[in-house]
Design a protein around this ligand. Structure first.
Ligand SMILES: Cc1ncc(COP(=O)(O)O)c(C=O)c1O
Length: 359
């Protein structure tokens, strides 16, 4: 069985096996990781190692604070304006739109600044000119979604325009740790763990100290980045099990050779599918090549009536989770770090065979 789900997504085999071993051990010993105190030495050792491995893998500096928060990326949509005030948003798909809509509930002055279209163009929203808008209003941050999970649009290279002005904040929920990133470019980055870093229940936040200093004070502790940092992410009882899984995933990433090595494989995996799609009129993906995601590859049949059959036959062949998000329909292969190249090649072969039978 191959799990192409967008998230929660597959874990590396080695991690799944380690969890089973540890759980079995726990059963024999009488207690396990999900049953120990989050303030006890065993858990604190996992927590410390987890942060240290993450720092090495992502190349974080001393001025980066690493927070492990609850609530998923959806909570971050709201925490951002709550802590920093109104931000401007670069939109390329559903998640950016949702981040803005949620932020506006709290800070109505949050605004769409630009749209990154699937054809690869960045353009101003509405009537206002991009430059004029940025001059006349001051925003606390510029928010981007580095990888739009549903639309398969990824901004691996930041356009120069985005690097100036308000500090950048990125939702990296679906591409954190999948290619090298200079985290100094961002005031803050957040990501739910359930795609590239483990299982649901843990949200990673990386914040630069100077940006953190700009956060409002006097907020309730659970909603305050400053206070959460001050409590070393242990203000309340965290999801200890999810944290433990992330520690295993990070260790696995190191064993694969780190983020550079994973990026090379991720590019290879993605190109394997895009070549299959571009190689015939049978398949369609209309995202500009430079914005095509290495993590989520959406595709359609030119004859969309064939799609239910494709999904059914793929499932019969053991390839699950390929149904596209209901907003866009079609198919989507989510191929995060844990997805082996061989499994992607198997999907590509299956697509070719399906085309041969139905093209
Ligand atoms: C890019 C992106 N942002 C945000 C979310 C929402 O994340 P959560 O369910 O952790 O709140 C998702 C979920 O798929 C996502 O892909």
């Amino acid at each position: 069985m191959i799990n192409f789900s967008a998230g929660p997504a597959m874990l590396p085999d080695a991690v799944r096996e380690q969890i089973a071993t540890d759980w079995g051990q726990a059963v024999r010993d009488g207690y396990g990781i999900a049953e120990i105190s989050h303030r006890g030495s065993e858990f604190l050792a996992i927590k410390a190692r987890c942060e240290q491995t993450l720092r090495v893998l992502l190349g974080l500096r001393d001025h980066h604070r690493v927070l492990f928060m609850p609530g998923g990326a959806n909570s971050q949509f709201v925490l951002l304006p709550m802590n920093f005030g109104p931000g401007r948003y670069v939109l390329a798909g559903h998640w950016g739109e949702k981040a803005l809509a949620e932020a506006r509930k709290l800070e109505p002055d949050c605004a769409c600044w630009m749209r990154a279209a699937a054809d690869g163009r960045l353009h101003a929203d509405g009537k206002q000119d991009v430059q004029k808008q940025s001059e006349t209003q001051s925003f606390a941050y510029t928010h981007i979604t580095s990888n739009e999970t549903i639309h398969g649009i990824q901004m691996r290279a930041l356009p120069a325009l985005l690097r100036h002005g308000a500090p950048l904040v990125a939702d990296m929920s679906s591409d954190i740790g999948s290619y090298p990133v200079d985290y100094d470019q961002f005031g803050l980055v957040y990501a739910g763990a359930q795609k590239n870093l483990g299982i649901a229940g843990l949200t990673l936040v990386i914040a630069r100290d100077d940006f953190l200093q700009q956060a409002r004070t006097e907020l309730p502790t659970m909603f305050s980045y400053r206070e959460f940092a001050a409590s070393d992410s242990l203000f309340n009882t965290p999801s200890t099990f999810a944290w433990y899984v992330t520690d295993l995933v990070l260790e696995w990433m190191q064993q694969q050779g780190g983020v550079m090595a994973l990026a090379a494989i991720n590019q290879h995996k993605a190109e394997t599918l895009y070549q299959e799609i571009d190689g015939s009129e049978f398949w369609v993906n209309s995202v500009a090549p430079e914005l095509r995601s290495w993590m989520n590859v959406p595709f359609r049949c030119a004859d969309s009536e064939l799609e239910p059959l494709f999904l059914q036959q793929a499932a019969d062949a053991g390839m699950l989770g390929l149904k596209g998000h209901r907003i866009v329909g079609g198919m989507r292969a989510s191929i995060y770090n844990a997805m082996p190249l061989a499994s992607v090649q198997q999907l590509a072969r299956f697509m070719r065979e399906f085309e041969r039978n139905h093209g």
